[in-house]
Design a protein around this ligand. Structure first.
Ligand code: ADP
Ligand code: ASP
Ligand code: MG
Length: 439
């Protein structure tokens, strides 16, 4: 059974939703269809939640009201029969009743997570009713019954396999299942999510859990591009990527994929195909275990990075020093992305700065601390690129006018990472495009 995921823009307009219904029936193979919320909905839900936390109830109420209008006109345009319009209005109004009820409630993190789940719960109900109207046999299944994250927010593929196999077995003979991306339950049984952009992760987790022959991620662009198309003018789609290359790109900022979405596919060797909903015949990008020749494939950038330098002439070379420093980050469950050392200092980067104050307090025992925020990691990715002689030359030529804060080379065979101040990000991406890809 294949897994097909459609992102927010692919379901964001009634005609797009009608289009994907046609797309999924073109391929006769059985499938699980994973949907995101309609484009813009999750951003609005985040906004509503922030207003509720700040007790700005009028603003929250207005946002809910406007969102409701949007859904009512969406429903009106999507279905042709009154019977289906009415059913959809009843179903969607239940979600808006819940949202309006939050205005008088004591708002907290648990309710906020429930609020954030409304987008995917609504898009899948709307789509499933549309399939009914088109007389396309399908079954809506709830991701809350089989997607689970533990205390460390790690998904459990075995659990998903167990629960989902049972659900599929009970519904033998059905060829199209529809479910929500992004949402899950946590170890306390509460509604939670896989972080922003998490529907990609849902798709690969399901693909891994059911050992799908392929996971397809349908979006608004024809595959993974060699550079960020929002910033660099001339970019092109890459036909083939290895799991290693794709996971580096996803982790280091290529927005087309959720940062963690590749590991489940890699672990269970499920190929992932990136496809453009508006250009279904374009090849897209195939991500698989095939490693091609040594070649630079793409450049990506990850923002919101904080660099921390610990200077200590006395202790740095002592054995055990780095372990003690790393232990502090581990205690605060804060992953480190880049590291570089010298005789007197060690620099490292983090992207989760929620515990920075406490980390700094403990680090002060080890030396002087310098913190630079608003940093960006620029990541250059390709199979065995560190073995290709002229690559560093090209990279340094591209970086001629950009102050480099840190560089990491040789950490893996697939990636060279450079840390720059965020204000140099766009220029760096454009210069790398010129020097590395000659465009
Ligand atoms: P969806 O809503 O379908 O999940 P996203 O907006 O999350 O879609 O991801 C697709 C977008 O990712 C593209 O429209 C593009 O602007 C952006 N993007 C950033 N970097 C890349 C890249 N290297 N290749 C392709 N798209 C990228
Ligand atoms: N709707 C969620 C978001 O906007 C998940 C997703 O689209 O992948 O982040
Ligand atoms: Mg996305």
């Amino acid at each position: 059974m294949k897994t097909l995921k459609f992102g927010g823009t692919s379901v964001g307009k009634p005609e797009r939703m009608q289009h994907i219904a046609r797309l999924i029936i073109q391929d006769p193979d059985p499938k699980i269809v994973v949907l995101s919320a309609l484009s813009g909905t999750t951003n609005t839900l985040v906004d509503i939640g922030e207003n509720l936390f700040e007790e700005k109830v009028d603003k929250a109420g207005q946002l809910i009201h406007d969102l409701h209008d949007h859904y009512m006109s969406f429903i009106d345009d999507l279905y042709s029969q009154d019977k289906f319009k009415e059913s959809a209005i009843i179903a969607i109004n239940e979600h808006f009743d819940f949202m309006n009820g939050l205005i008088a409630a004591f708002f907290n993190k648990r309710l906020n997570n429930e609020l954030l789940a409304q987008g995917e719960l609504m898009s899948t109900k709307i789509f499933s009713l549309y399939l009914d109207e088109q007389e396309i046999p399908s079954k809506l299944i709830s991701a809350l019954d089989f997607m689970y994250i533990d205390e460390d927010k790690e998904p459990d593929i075995e659990f998903t396999n167990d629960k989902l196999s049972g659900i599929l077995y009970q519904n033998k003979g059905i060829g199209i299942f529809v479910t929500q991306g992004y949402i899950c339950r946590n170890h306390e049984g509460e509604i939670d999510n896989l972080q922003r952009g998490g529907s990609d992760y849902t798709a690969t987790l399901i693909g891994a859990a059911i050992n799908a022959p392929e996971v397809q991620i349908w979006t608004d662009i024809d595959g993974m591009h060699n550079n960020d198309p929002r910033i660099v003018e001339k970019t092109y789609a890459i036909s083939n990527l290895s799991f290693n290359e794709a996971s580096e790109l996803a982790y280091f900022g290529a927005k087309i994929l959720h940062p963690s979405s590749i590991w489940p596919a890699q672990k269970y060797n499920v190929p992932v195909r990136l496809k453009n909903t508006m250009e279904p015949d374009a090849y897209g990008t195939l991500i698989s275990d095939i490693e091609e020749e040594k070649k630079i494939k793409a450049v990506a950038a990850k923002d919101g990075i904080t660099a921390i330098k610990i200077k200590s002439s006395r202790m740095l070379m002592a054995y055990g020093f780095l372990r003690k420093i790393f232990q502090i980050f581990e205690n605060y469950r804060t992953p480190i992305d880049m590291i570089s050392t010298s005789e007197v200092a060690v620099s490292l980067t983090i992207d989760d700065d929620s515990n920075l104050k406490s980390i700094m307090k403990e680090l002060k025992d080890f030396g002087d601390i310098v913190v630079d925020d608003h940093q960006t990691i620029i990541c250059i990715v390709g199979n065995k690129i560190v073995e290709k002689e002229e690559i560093l030359q090209k990279v340094f030529r591209a970086m001629e006018n950009v102050p480099v804060r840190m560089i990491s080379y040789g950490g893996s065979r697939y990636n060279i990472s450079i840390l720059v101040d965020n204000k140099f990000k766009n220029e760096t991406l454009r210069e790398l495009n010129k020097h590395i890809f000659n465009i």
